[in-house]
Design a protein around this ligand. Structure first.
Ligand code: GTP
Ligand code: MG
Length: 205
């Protein structure tokens, strides 16, 4: 699938104010600074569509983008950002969990994970929470350009082994991306295209 058009629609903290359209939706979630907003820009081939920063905590709201006039891509704030106050962290958590629990249009989440790191409890816990709430998700490893192929493979295996050992019988779809080298977005778009077709078949107009 090619992205022909990508436009920003609305930002907010209240899931009830998200666009009231019954089109399929996908959300990028993951730790602060993992590269959610950058990947959104790479996928859409638009440099400054979503705001990015080298400092964690840049995205603070639920941001809806309309793609090809028929599906939404959502850029969410990161979790695990240490410099946000406890009260703010709670507020964040609340509106993000509300988003996931209440957004019926959400077809699948993409959990972004920095490929350089060992499996982190915060990510494994979040996967568990998604599973418990019946929210389908894929894993997207980011910043692949930062490692050589052998190290990439080793870290991905560490991750998948950890998942299989602890919580999961089967693995979700896994994507490997680099926003710097612009790799991995085609695979994600092909997957979204497939899910969009299923969505249209099960939700005819
Ligand atoms: P928050 O909005 O704070 O949650 O962060 P985010 O997950 O949206 O991260 P963002 O896209 O703002 O990127 C964070 C930093 O990582 C920026 O300096 C990006 O340039 C950098 N970055 C993102 N993706 C990649 C990548 O694939 N490779 C490299 N080398 N750097 C990346
Ligand atoms: Mg961001």
């Amino acid at each position: 699938m090619q992205v022909h058009s990508a436009t920003f629609i609305i930002s907010n903290t209240d899931v009830s104010k998200c666009p009231n359209t019954a089109i399929p939706e996908y959300a990028f979630i993951g730790r602060s600074n993992v590269g959610k907003s950058s990947l959104l820009n790479t996928i859409c081939n638009k440099k400054n569509l979503a705001k990015t920063s080298s400092r964690p905590g840049k995205t603070q709201l639920i941001n809806h983008f309309l793609i090809n006039k028929n599906w939404h891509l959502v850029d969410l704030p990161g979790f695990g950002y240490a410099r946000v106050s406890k009260t703010n962290k709670k507020k964040f958590q609340k509106f993000i969990t509300n988003y996931f629990k209440q957004r019926n249009q959400l077809v699948s989440a993409f959990l972004l994970i920095d490929i350089r790191h060992e499996p982190q409890p915060i990510d494994l816990n979040f996967m568990q929470w998604l599973g418990e709430n019946y929210i389908p998700f894929s894993i997207v490893f980011t910043k692949a350009d930062k490692l050589k192929p052998a190290a990439r493979e080793r870290n991905i295996n560490n991750y998948t082994n950890k998942m299989l050992e602890t919580q999961w019988e089967e693995l979700p779809p896994i994507f490997i991306t680099s926003s710097l080298h612009k790799t991995g977005s085609e695979e994600i778009l092909t997957y979204i295209n497939l899910l969009n077709k299923d969505f249209t078949e099960t939700n005819p107009l």
